[in-house]
Design a protein around this ligand. Structure first.
Ligand code: ISL
Length: 565
């Protein structure tokens, strides 16, 4: 059997959004002791890595993506000792822990920023990006991801500071070598504490174009925001190479960069195992197929399987082994639930959740499962805007009503489909009060479908989405072809079926996915006939007389065959 070349090649990661995972003390907010109580659950699922969203001290303007102290834990979540206990418990089960590294910006309550804003000649002034007013206004026309200008005027010194996200998230000035040295120091500190890597928040936004030029007002969306001047900026690769030299190269860790608006050639530069700084990236092309890329201008449109095929195929091919490495994800804390978005959260919820899982796990690249995905959790439709907590959602609602006079009801529909809070409702552990998430009042409402969709039920049902995910994960661990097989798409133009093969030496996997509630027929293309095709996993029971040469697929049916060898 082929040994993995890097430990994270055949690993499966699981993302925990701590405030929504498990609450141990009844304050309505998930915490580290809550996570500790669930490590056996993670071990049972079979994952190898946990990516923990931020637990650092924070004013929580963006649920912890606004960090006020990089070397501690917020009391809401517990203490550093609790984190140590989680790390030890995970390690004891062979699971590694990856921290969220949010270094494009800090909180405005971080001591560096408090110093920085105090006077123009403060030694920390240059830790952030300050500019004087231009004609009495913002220094340029860039827009913040969460609404309004990307600049905030600061009374104390009469200058503006840049914030690509909320005004409580000032951007760090990576041009300043002292900032970079601070970040590297902090990374060493965490690695010495025993963490096993980093997920790097919007890491491709750290280099801004010199002169911070105005965005052309004529081009919509991303460009109108100024994106071309701060995403994949001129010194990005240089900064990351330095980070690799100073820190990453000294440890055997997993690094994954969150990189909106990245293309495959940039991804190859970043993830090439020899020359690239990071192991893998989260790209966004497949997340954009049903709406606008940017939350504040969020839209909804019907998505096309053809587009998903084209995007996935391009990433699979362009990052072939030796060139780069993919990560795979269908959800995270910023995205709607995949079963509601790409599947069917009605009658075929379980089938479509399994189909999406098959897709995720049978692609080449490291899969990331977001909490609740493994039991097929769905979007939520909370009745009132007051039920929502996400800064992006709330700002978008307010801004579109005041600026465009948008219809509140239409906005609620959009929010039900697109809000990041879809992913942030509490993890559904049982059919007990608050889905077993907390003994108190949860910080955000529980999805009312918890009586039907919950972990307790999933664990007792051998046919549950959970057990299907467990088998998919096991396939990756036991079959190198799942990790290393070369991807080829077949029946590229079929409107409902997404089928592909993975080939490794004399073995071939055939993955057949009916991405629809209809019953299309799969016809085996020439060249794929095999004497004894072996069904490795499927989300429906096999029918008497099934013939791979001509398969009538059931709604959202997924099958994986091993051909040859
Ligand atoms: O949330 C999105 C779409 O609704 C994404 O565009 C997301 O905001 C963007 O990719 C950046 O995300 C990351 O950085 C943000 C934080 O709010 C997100 O939670 C985080 O994943 C600022 O730190």
């Amino acid at each position: 059997m082929m040994d993995p070349m890097a430990w994270w090649h055949d690993a499966v990661a699981y993302q925990i959004y701590p405030r929504s995972f498990a609450d141990s003390d009844g304050d309505g907010m998930g915490d580290l002791k809550g996570i500790l109580s669930k490590v056996d659950y993670l071990a049972e699922l079979g994952v190898d890595v946990v990516w923990l969203s931020p637990v650092y001290p924070s004013p929580m303007a963006d649920n912890g993506y606004d960090i006020a102290d990089y070397r501690d834990v917020d009391p809401l979540f517990g203490t550093l000792a609790d984190l140590d206990a989680v790390i030890a418990a995970l390690h004891a089960r062979g699971i590694r822990l990856v921290m969220d590294l949010v270094v494009n910006h800090t909180s405005d309550e971080h001591p560096w920023f408090v110093q920085s804003r105090s006077s123009r000649d403060n030694p920390y002034r240059d830790y952030y990006i300050w500019r004087p007013p231009r004609d009495g206004r913002e220094p340029n026309n860039w827009l913040s991801h969460f609404g309004g200008s990307a600049w905030q005027y600061d009374e104390a010194t009469g200058d503006y500071y840049l914030h690509l996200f909320s005004r409580k998230q000032p951007d760090l000035n990576w041009e300043n070598p002292k900032v970079r040295a601070e970040v590297y120091d902090m990374m060493h500190w965490w690695l010495r504490q025993g963490v096993d890597g980093f997920r790097m928040d919007v890491i491709n936004m750290i280099s801004k174009a010199p002169g911070l030029p105005d965005a052309p007002a004529t081009r919509p969306g991303f460009y109108q925001w100024g994106g071309q001047y701060f995403v994949n900026g001129p010194r990005l690769l240089e900064f990351l190479a330095e980070m690799k030299r100073e820190v990453l190269s000294k440890y055997d860790i997993l690094t994954v960069g969150e990189t909106p608006a990245v293309n495959t050639s940039q991804a190859v530069q970043i993830t090439n195992e020899e020359t690239g700084p990071l192991n893998m990236l989260f790209q966004f092309e497949h997340m954009d197929i049903d709406g606008g890329r940017w939350g504040r201008r969020s839209q909804r449109r019907a998505w096309e399987l053809a587009e998903l095929k084209a995007i996935t195929t391009r990433w699979q091919r362009d990052l072939e082994l030796g060139r780069g490495w993919n990560s795979q994800y269908l959800s995270n804390h910023d995205q709607p639930r995949p079963v509601s978005r790409f599947g069917d959260d009605g009658p075929c919820r379980a089938e479509s959740a399994k189909l999406l899982g098959t897709f995720l796990h049978m692609l080449k690249g490291t899969p990331y499962v977001y909490q609740g995905e493994e039991i097929g959790m769905t979007n939520v439709a909370l009745p009132s805007i007051d039920d929502y907590r996400d800064i992006e959602t709330l700002n978008m609602y307010r801004e579109r009503i005041s600026e465009e006079g948008a219809d509140p009801q239409a906005l609620m529909q959009l929010i039900h489909a697109r809000s990041r809070d879809n992913a942030r409702t509490p993890m559904q552990w049982s059919d007990g009060p608050n889905a077993g998430f907390t003994a108190g009042t949860p910080w955000i409402k529980v999805n009312p479908n918890y009586r039907d969709i919950n972990v307790e039920k999933a664990l007792t049902d051998p046919d549950s989405v959970f057990h299907y995910y467990q088998r998919l994960i096991e396939l990756r661990h036991t079959r190198p072809i799942v990790v290393y097989g070369v991807y080829d798409i077949i029946m590229e133009n079929h409107p409902q079926i997404y089928a592909f093969t993975r080939t490794l030496e004399d073995e071939r996997l055939l993955i057949i996915l009916n991405f629809s509630g209809e019953e299309p027929v799969f016809e085996l293309p020439d060249g794929l006939e095999a004497p004894q095709p072996r069904l490795l996993i499927a989300n429906y029971p096999v029918r008497e007389g099934d013939d791979l040469r001509r398969l009538e697929l059931r709604p959202w049916e997924a099958r994986v065959y091993l051909l040859g060898a």
